[in-house]
Design a protein around this ligand. Structure first.
Ligand SMILES: Nc1ncnc2c1ncn2[C@@H]1O[C@H](COP(=O)(O)OP(=O)(O)OP(=O)(O)O)[C@@H](O)[C@H]1O
Ligand SMILES: [Zn+2]
Length: 608
């Protein structure tokens, strides 16, 4: 099966393809399809980057990979498999993250087109910025279940990936997670936090013990939590859950009694919480519901059967031990990373979430359902990936032919809309947002914060998390004074100083740049006494008017519907059964409170 384009395309396109060089970022569901299409179309020079290795769960749709490739580099195997279709193509594979110093603006400049086939916002933002800086057309692709999208991004011609606000991630208040869960997702988030507290990277924002500072429980003294003990001086000493668990040698019964017995009793002592809610019921190890049940016949997949509380407790016990052993086998200071595809990690979260759900009278869920919610999974549909990749490569051909103006965005809808369309192309290219804090000629944002308490370290975090910078350098506008340097150690001595202490006040502006992304932005400082952390205020927060879809040519009702948007393909035609979820690596939204909220992402769309 060797591709010969001569005679298939017109001469101009044949020649343009022959002289082209294309970069594909991501060798997952869409990336494999794009690579196959490029190779079979006869694109002679292709580079592909992917940081990941092949997982069994990829095999059902990432058809360039087979069983024997599990554990190998996606980029390398994709290259080898694609070469079997057309050995004359020159493919360079990089097993690496695109967010690395090796792939800066000068690297990107060698390509005629970049094609994104990624699954997360951070990488997408990064490639967006580099393509703008390198002035290379970027074809951005994504699918979410049956929905999909192909969008051209070209400096000065179209909007960029960051021109429009992204739908915020759904977050839950910490007190809901820790004290008053009312939905399965609250228990799942709690169980994932528990995994991190016991075996993963400990994060103080992911505390799982009762939250005594819950404003709703005000006035309650309560008993001291089980992780607390009175010191000789009479003070209450708090221990981390990890420390306490280690002291018990991760004894499953002791852990169970604390988490699902004592902590629940402690919550019950916060009586205000239960005035208008059904109170939880603590559990004891020796008296678990479901112990004597004979398992009912279940017709579906084993994962779709809901475990009894007793079964959950048994799974909990087994997982505590296996995860402890895994942790012990690692170098000092290392930790586990929760992964939906790791059996013990997934079993642990299923068991803990369901035990907690039972305690709070919440419906129990199957492992299958919990995996979907905890892993932020929308089932990937191979056909949707194939369609999107096909259109993306057609768009690449149009760009090479010099018809870039015709490369409007195309949306793949889960169902035909009322005008009978499954593929909905935009009528025109969407112009850049002049207020975009990335692609505007002079990008600008305001940083609302309390200058008296925000430290330089916090500023660094704000720039990285809020503006998706990788290595920000900041100087005071007009003075050139360096306040943050990406050179290790250069400004570290000031890390704990507040912005006020280094002489910055309300209205001051910083010029912040990221060398790797070739991105510079002016950051105005805005004093807000009440602000506990920081908040970025961008003009992109004002939603732009919805672009118009193409009018039907058949004279039918041409009402314009809002387009799904780069991160919002959920529209009125969307399949209501489809759960559309966002990756949890999204950049915190500008207005999201930074403390005491738990990010969970079960409602918003992120194309993968
Ligand atoms: N920073 C990055 N650099 C390079 N490749 C990346 C980066 N971030 C994500 N990717 C790759 O993008 C691809 C996206 O593909 P896809 O959406 O099919 O995800 P997947 O991880 O293969 O599947 P799933 O998430 O459903 O298990 C993945 O192969 C992933 O490794
Ligand atoms: Zn923009």
């Amino acid at each position: 099966m060797v591709a010969r384009v001569a005679g298939v395309f017109d001469e101009k396109l044949t020649e343009a393809i022959a002289n082209s060089k294309v970069l594909v970022v991501g060798a997952g569901g869409i990336g494999c399809e794009i690579l196959k299409n490029l190779v079979l179309t006869g694109f002679p020079n292709i580079e592909i980057i992917d940081l990941d290795t092949i997982d069994v769960s990829n095999l059902n749709r990432q058809f360039l990979f087979h069983k024997e490739h599990v554990g190998k580099s996606k980029a390398q195997v994709a290259k080898d498999s694609a070469l079997s279709f057309n050995p004359n193509v020159n493919i360079v594979a990089h097993h690496d993250s695109v967010i690395s110093n090796d792939y800066g603006v000068s690297y990107f400049k060698q390509f005629n087109i970049v094609m994104n086939a990624l699954d997360n916002r951070v990488a997408r933002n990064h490639v967006n910025r580099i393509c703008l800086a390198a002035n290379v057309p970027l074809i951005e692709t994504g699918t979410a279940g049956y929905a999909g999208q192909i969008e051209l991004i070209k400096k000065g011609l179209t909007q960029c990936y960051e021109c429009q606000p992204k739908a915020p991630q759904k977050s839950f208040p910490g007190c809901t997670i820790r004290n008053t869960p009312s939905e399965p997702i609250h228990c799942i988030v709690w169980a994932k936090h528990l995994f991190n507290q016991l075996f993963g990277e400990e994060d103080p924002d992911q505390d799982v013990s009762p939250d005594t500072a819950d404003p709703e429980a005000a006035g309650e003294a309560g008993a001291s939590a089980m992780t607390s003990k009175e010191t000789d001086a009479g003070n209450v000493e708090r221990k981390s859950t990890r420390m306490w668990a280690a002291e018990t040698d991760y004894d499953p019964q002791k852990l169970f009694s604390k988490l699902f017995g004592d902590d629940i009793r402690y919550l019950l002592s916060m009586e205000n919480l239960w005035k208008k809610r059904r109170p939880p019921t603590p559990l004891t190890w020796d008296n678990l519901p479901g112990k004597d049940d004979t398992p009912t016949q279940h017709s579906g997949l084993p994962d779709q059967r809901v475990w009894s509380v007793y079964e959950c407790a048994q799974v909990f016990a087994t997982c505590c031990k296996s995860l402890q052993a895994d942790l012990k086998g690692r170098p000092e200071g290392d930790h586990l990373v929760w992964d939906k595809d790791e059996k013990s990690a997934m079993d642990f979260v299923t068991a803990c979430a369901n035990i907690r759900a039972h305690i709070f009278n919440i419906q129990l869920k199957s492992r299958f359902e919990i995996k979907s919610m905890a892993g932020n999974i929308i089932p990937a549909i191979a056909t949707a990936n194939a369609i999107v990749a096909g259109i993306a490569v057609l768009r690449a051909q149009s760009i090479l032919k010099g018809d870039i103006e015709t490369c409007t965005s195309v949306y793949l809808r889960p169902k035909v809309n009322h005008r009978g369309q499954l593929f909905v192309p935009e009528r025109t290219l969407t112009a850049p947002n002049p207020k975009c804090y990335v692609c505007a000629p002079k990008p600008e944002v305001a940083l609302a914060c309390n200058l008296k308490s925000l430290t330089l370290k916090d500023l660094n975090t704000a720039l990285k998390e809020g503006l998706n910078m990788q290595a920000p350098d900041a100087t005071v506008e007009g003075k050139g004074l360096v306040v943050l340097s990406s050179e290790p150690g250069e400004t570290d001595h000031n890390n704990d100083k507040t912005l006020e202490e280094i002489g910055l006040n309300d209205g001051c502006a910083l010029m912040v740049d990221d060398f790797l992304q070739n991105y510079e932005v002016r950051v105005r400082l805005q004093q807000e006494d009440e602000e506990k952390a920081w908040r970025l205020v961008t003009d992109v927060d004002e939603p732009m008017p919805a672009p118009k879809e193409q009018k039907p040519t058949n004279g039918a009702n041409g009402n314009n519907e809002p387009k799904p948007g780069p991160s919002r393909p959920k529209d009125d035609d969307s399949d209501s059964d489809m759960e559309i979820i966002e990756e949890d690596d999204g950049v915190p939204t500008a207005k999201a409170p930074k403390r005491r909220r738990t990010e969970m992402t079960d409602e918003v769309v992120e194309l993968c």
